[in-house]
Design a binder for this molecule. Structure first.
Ligand code: GLP
Length: 260
């Protein structure tokens, strides 16, 4: 796990990394698409703003397939806070990409378990995730893998914790009762199986989660710690988010410049 601490625009840096991956991707018969896993949430807004800019400057998404990390269960797809709406509003309405290239879990499927199993299978059929991009919850969740999630979990239906419901109430007029209590999410195994992982974190609300990511041993109370054993994970964070990580750890975990 590498830590990249920066005061630069994290959305821009992450979008630049995605752009480079898209540009250097060479499709083959057995691997026709670059598979990207895309997040939602406040931190992701800047990432998409920059990807849209890159698209306007000529970046082509024709050889890209996207899988979103998660979706609320039971929230109508056209609800302004569904992750379907978020992705349309922030990215998909602004770039040329076909419906077939976009995958988002259906939180209103008749059989949610089947929906999750199909999603996992579809990811596998595309050859797995090449680049996973996520944020982190205040409680250390990645996608909607809440504390207690098994490290070998796959795409599934989960209950959201009161901490996550409270944190996400800001998107529902601050009204906790409007936040769905269940969601569908890629599992921690699904994420660990990705070839590369980028986690974006900003602000001191994320500092405890990053403390555990870098200073704690692997444990399911802090799902982000699963990434300690992932060979190519970059945590890109501002100073506020890294404020609880010790100097020594920062020196040892390699501040590497990966944008080219
Ligand atoms: C939600 C999403 C997560 C995201 C987290 C952090 O709970 N399901 O995938 O990482 O929010 O979001 P924010 O960037 O708004 O803090």
């Amino acid at each position: 796990m590498y830590l990249i601490e920066t005061e630069d625009n994290i959305g821009f840096l992450t979008a630049s990394y995605v752009k480079n991956r898209i540009k250097s991707f060479v499709p083959t018969k057995s691997k026709p698409y670059l598979v990207l896993a895309f997040p939602t949430g406040g931190t992701a807004v800047d990432l998409y703003k920059n990807l849209v800019k890159f698209y306007q400057d000529g970046l082509n998404f024709d050889k890209v397939v996207t899988f979103n990390l998660d979706e609320y269960a039971g929230l109508p797809e056209n609800h302004p806070e569904s992750y379907h709406s978020f992705m349309a509003k922030n990215l998909f309405n602004h770039i040329k990409i076909s419906k077939e290239q976009i995958n988002i879990l259906n939180g209103n499927a008749k059989n949610l378990e089947q929906e999750c199993a199909n999603y996992e299978e579809k990811i596998k059929n595309y050859g797995g995730i090449d680049l996973f991009i996520g944020g982190v919850g205040q409680n250390g969740h990645i996608a909607f893998n809440e504390p207690g999630s098994a490290f070998d979990s796959k795409t599934r239906v989960v209950d959201l914790t009161s901490n996550t419901i409270a944190a996400n109430a800001r998107f529902f007029n601050g009204d906790i009762s409007q936040v769905p209590t269940r969601a569908l999410t890629m599992g921690l195994y699904t994420i660990m199986d990705a070839k590369e992982v980028i986690i974006m974190a900003t602000g001191n609300k994320k500092s405890q989660a990053l403390y555990h990511a870098f200073e704690d041993k692997q444990n399911t109370d802090w799902p982000i710690t699963v990434l300690q054993k992932h060979p190519r994970t970059f945590i890109i964070a501002d100073k506020a988010a890294t404020s609880e990580i010790s100097k020594t750890t920062k020196q040892n975990c390699g501040l590497c410049s990966f944008i080219n």
